[in-house]
Design a protein around this ligand. Structure first.
Ligand SMILES: Cc1cc2nc3c(=O)[nH]c(=O)nc-3n(C[C@H](O)[C@H](O)[C@H](O)COP(=O)(O)OP(=O)(O)OC[C@H]3O[C@@H](n4cnc5c(N)ncnc54)[C@H](O)[C@@H]3O)c2cc1C
Length: 598
């Protein structure tokens, strides 16, 4: 059975030594997050994921969800019990404001816990994660009555949430949505239409399911300008708030799919279901974007989570599996062969995954803290800067962490040779499960498009300029520090590539937008490498400081960090040059063939 150990120490290092969470004590909820409390929360979450969720991962994959003739859906054995434990632990609402029943703790804690959940059992993790997204949208856009009615129950996990955008004819292009909303005399709406691919659309984990549904009010404009957002509960809340009459929304089928078998992907039929408007008429997409932005970060974390669990298993296997001898001579002379971890090519694989995971986790923690500044700071300038950062980094985190996360599960599977292809070892499930985060929540090509087409030029390039200034400033500040040279010099070169790519797009994509489209994915990955390289520089600096302080117990881990950071700088960061060359090649060879030649 696959192993999993939640990276609690790694997360604590990031929060305490790299990002100094104590410096944000002026933000609501941060003063409560004492080092002891943070450690206790992460430790408890880790134990829950290791002991309860990880053992259910294979069972969930094998059994999958079952739809009954009456439309009910049953989750695999053990899921309902595990969900109850999740609810009892109060895990869903740890960062939700206390006024609606949450604990108000930093969002970084929620993202850390979400990583542990998805490493242990991604299909399970999706149920609470969707609820968290729906909570965010209702919290920002719901009426006071809607918030009072739904949020406390969703925050506790008693009720679950979903997001309903996709229809058979409408995926990326939400302007094609056909689901209709007809206004009723009592102010409610009758929702009619079919949604497909709805994650957690129906299940047996929660007493009620609160669907957030994009639909078009009769007579509304075509395209995305005519979309409104509705809250459509499975059971209509009775006067006392308890689940009342069954609403006319049912699960028509569940999809047979490649992975995440234990998460029900549903066709949802709305047959005149009762719903209530969230936000204003025809402003639904903006409201749904609150949920989608939240979900994009969570999906990025899923990419990291699967990369992490795949790495842990590959590293354990590489230390056990005996094949061949080290190039430098036998290392395990008492054994018939050496463990495969002696082979440089196996090391290359493990180091690449490890160097990505550690920096990706740092990028997530940095962005999560920034998200708290955006939501909680009383300083308008700080809020705006944080909001800019979120807008710029969200497509990078979603696209890069899931593309690379998937590639890493495949690389980790390779460490097992043929055994990685056999179900028993669990590696093929990680590969199958890691495939979907690249697709949903906006396929990764669309993330790249969002970054290049919208985020770069937004507000006169304010967010991009701030990012460049920060990284450039860090490189300059540390340039004379010999110990930091291995990290900041390559980072400076990589940043130069990103700036050249940006300049090239500014000069060559306005008149020829295909140049932007053809280079967008390379640009997103180039950006990701620079962001991860910056995270490595900051982690290396924190590790050096910790080593200099002579803290007990952490020396080996900090030395390992410095080596891993060097590996990233020497062997992964240089890929920025390739991305730059591809972008500067322009769109011609990509677009010159006529469509009929394909
Ligand atoms: C398991 C699973 C769970 C899901 N869960 C949910 C859910 O809970 N709620 C929900 O609403 N939806 C959900 N989805 C739907 C998912 O978000 C969509 O599949 C996704 O948005 C892509 O839409 P599509 O499949 O129609 O692909 P299309 O939009 O048809 O795109 C096909 C390909 O073309 C590319 N493409 C399309 N337009 C452009 C463009 N303008 N520029 C460049 N490239 C483009 C895309 O990147 C993609 O690679 C889920 C899907 C799956 C498989």
């Amino acid at each position: 059975m696959p192993v999993y150990k939640a990276p609690v120490d790694e997360t604590l290092f990031l929060l305490t030594d790299v990002f100094h969470i104590e410096r944000y004590a002026n933000l609501p909820g941060f003063a409560d997050a004492s080092p002891d409390l943070v450690e206790a929360i992460l430790g408890e979450a880790g134990k829950f994921c290791e002991d309860v969720l990880a053992p259910l991962n294979r069972i969930g994959d094998t059994q999958g969800c079952r739809r009954h003739d009456d439309g009910r859906v049953t989750t695999p054995d053990g899921f309902a019990d595990a969900y109850r434990k999740l609810v009892d632990g109060g895990w869903i609402g740890i960062s939700v404001p206390p006024e609606v029943g949450g604990h108000g703790l930093p969002i970084a804690l929620t993202q850390a816990v979400n990583e542990f959940l998805a490493s242990a059992n991604m299909a399970f993790a999706m149920y609470p994660e969707l609820t968290q997204g729906a909570i965010a949208a209702l919290y920002v856009h719901g009426t006071p009555e809607q918030k009072a009615l739904y949020l406390p129950k969703m925050v506790s996990g008693e009720w679950a949430g979903t997001m309903n955008l996709t229809e058979p004819q409408c995926g990326t292009d939400l302007g094609l949505i056909r689901t209709k909303a007809a206004k009723q005399a009592d102010g409610s709406y009758r929702i009619t239409g079919a949604k497909i691919f709805i994650s957690a659309g129906e299940h047996d984990l929660a007493a009620n399911i609160v669907h957030l549904v994009l639909a078009r009010i009769e007579g509304a404009p075509e395209g995305t300008r005519g979309l409104s957002l509705f809250v459509v509960p499975k059971f209509l809340p009775a006067a006392d708030g308890a689940p009342g009459a069954r609403n006319a929304v049912t699960c028509g089928a569940i999809e047979e799919k490649m992975g995440i078998h234990a998460n029900a992907t549903c066709v949802m039929n709305y047959d005149g279901a009762t719903g209530w408007l969230i936000a204003q008429e025809n402003h639904g997409l903006a409201a749904m974007f609150t949920m989608m932005n939240e979900a994009r970060l969570v999906v990025g974390v899923q990419g990291l989570a699967l990369s992490e669990v795949a790495y842990q298993n590959a590293a354990a296997y590489a230390k056990e599996r005996l094949q061949g001898r080290a190039l430098t001579g036998a290392s395990a002379k008492d054994k018939p062969a050496d463990p495969i971890i002696v082979h440089p090519d196996v090391r290359r694989t493990l180091m690449s995954i490890r160097a990505f995971n550690e920096a990706a986790r740092a990028l997530v923690m940095w962005t999560a803290i920034t998200s708290d500044v955006a939501h909680r700071s009383d300083d308008a300038k700080a809020r705006q800067a944080a909001d800019d950062h979120m807008g710029l980094l969200t497509p990078v985190i979603k696209g890069v962490l899931t593309d690379t996360g998937f590639a890493n599960t495949v690389a980790a599977q390779q460490v097992f040779g043929g055994h990685g292809y056999i179900k028993e070892w669990g590696m093929e499930q990680f590969v199958r499960d890691a495939r979907i985060p690249m697709i949903y929540e906006g396929a990764n090509g669309i993330q790249a498009h969002d970054l290049v087409g919208r985020k770069l030029a937004k507000d006169g390039g304010r967010a991009l300029t701030a990012f460049f200034t920060e990284v450039q400033g860090y490189v300059k500040e540390r340039a004379a520090d010999a110990a930091m040279k291995p990290y900041v010099e390559p980072l400076g070169r990589a940043l130069g590539h990103l700036q050249q790519a940006t300049m090239w797009l500014a000069q060559n994509a306005l008149a020829k937008p295909d140049n932007a489209g053809a280079g967008a994915t390379d640009y997103m990955h180039l950006f990701g490498l620079v962001a991860l390289g910056y995270m490595w520089a900051r982690m290396a600096r924190a590790a050096q400081e910790k080593l200099a302080a002579g803290g007990a117990g952490a020396a080996a881990r900090m030395q390992a960090k410095l080596v891993t950071g060097r590996f990233f700088a020497e062997r992964m960061l240089p890929e920025t040059a390739t991305h730059l060359a591809r972008i500067q090649a322009g769109a011609a060879s990509t677009m010159d063939l006529p469509a009929e030649a394909f």
